[in-house]
Ligand binder design. Structure first.
Ligand code: G7M
Length: 316
């Protein structure tokens, strides 16, 4: 049984911790590995629970008297003072909780803190190592994407949709599961591509000049939705693509420009959509020619083969 509708705090309270697999003081988050009951007899299955403290709402922090229940002075020096405070019970949620249940070993590897290395991927290494890895990716890993595209899940949350036509790619825009749906300063949407029959768009590497209308439309509609729904003004969004992504069904991240410092926004993973469009305008085949550099965690499925192949990549 998957974790979902009809389940509440009592199910989370039944979580048995095995290990804290990640902690990040910058993003105020922790990732727990443990087990949850499956609902069948006394059976339990592996679960990953990520906890992240939610960001403040600008309005909320303006009313400190309503926000704080107590404060304690830590130190004071000249005009500088630092204190610790506790929040009053408030309407806004304090935590964003993500549950993966049942979680596979691949999920555990993905969410476990790991060392990163930077690798260079030539077009030849893409064809020899990365493309076979993508092709072997089990379809079950992108079941959640198919559920959204078929309106079987999260349908009420679709913000904009262009269906695919004969030869034309479409897409939809939906809140990312990382977003709490209320805190505008951490607004996080994702655009998922609808591919026309017989055509797949897996990653940055597959982009050609024929995809320029799709990419421009994602940019325009993402900005329009964020402006109309959440008042985000022009230039207020960071729109980017991951390479390597976690899922090989092309998607674009649409994030509040002020929500900085997330691991997935670092050099070595995020490519601005505007830069991708500019590159394709210069050369529609550029992603068949470029050597791309990116970071890989030591638990990533490409880590071993790409590390081994690095001596073939000319360093300069
Ligand atoms: O790293 P990558 O570029 O592949 O990012 C995938 C994005 O999809 C992440 O930002 C996830 O938070 C988001 N995401 C993953 N899942 C499983 C879901 C989901 O089920 N629903 C929604 N709305 N977003 C998801």
């Amino acid at each position: 049984m998957a974790f979902g509708q009809g389940q509440d705090l009592s199910v989370l309270a039944a979580f048995k911790l095995k290990e804290i697999i990640n902690e990040d003081p910058i993003t105020h988050s922790a990732t727990l590995l443990g087990t949850l009951p499956t609902g069948k007899d006394d059976e339990r299955d592996q679960a990953i629970i990520s906890l992240q403290k939610t960001a403040f709402d600008a309005e909320e922090v303006g009313r400190l008297d309503g926000l704080l229940s107590s404060v304690k002075l830590l130190e004071s020096n000249d005009i500088y003072s630092w204190l610790l405070g506790s929040l009053k019970p408030r309407d806004a949620a304090d935590l964003k909780i993500n549950v993966i249940f049942p979680a596979t070993e691949v999920h555990v590897r993905k969410y476990t803190r790991q060392n990163l290395v930077l690798v260079r991927e030539t077009p030849e290494l893409y064809t020899r190592i990365v493309e076979p890895y993508i092709v072997a990716f089990p379809p079950s890993r992108t079941e959640w994407v198919q559920n959204i595209l078929a309106h079987k899940k999260e349908a009420h949350k679709v913000l904009y949709e262009e269906p695919a036509e004969d030869n034309k790619f479409g897409f939809l825009i939906i809140p990312d599961m990382k977003w709490d749906l209320v805190t505008i300063s951490s607004l996080y949407l994702v655009a998922l591509v609808h591919a026309p029959r017989g055509k797949a768009l897996r990653s940055l590497r597959d982009l050609r000049s024929e995809h320029l209308p799709l990419l421009r439309s994602i940019k325009v509609q993402g900005a329009r939705v964020a402006k109309e729904r959440w008042g985000i003004q022009d230039g207020g969004l960071r729109v980017f693509v991951h390479y390597q992504p976690s899922y090989y069904h092309f998607h674009v991240h649409i994030v509040n420009a002020n929500y900085t410092g997330l691991p997935g926004q670092s050099v070595g993973q995020a490519h601005l959509l505007d830069d991708i469009i500019a590159l394709l305008e210069l050369d529609g085949e550029i992603f068949t020619k470029l050597t791309l550099s990116y970071n890989l965690g030591e638990q990533h499925g490409l880590y071993v083969p790409m590390q081994a192949a690095q001596r073939e990549v000319l360093s300069y």
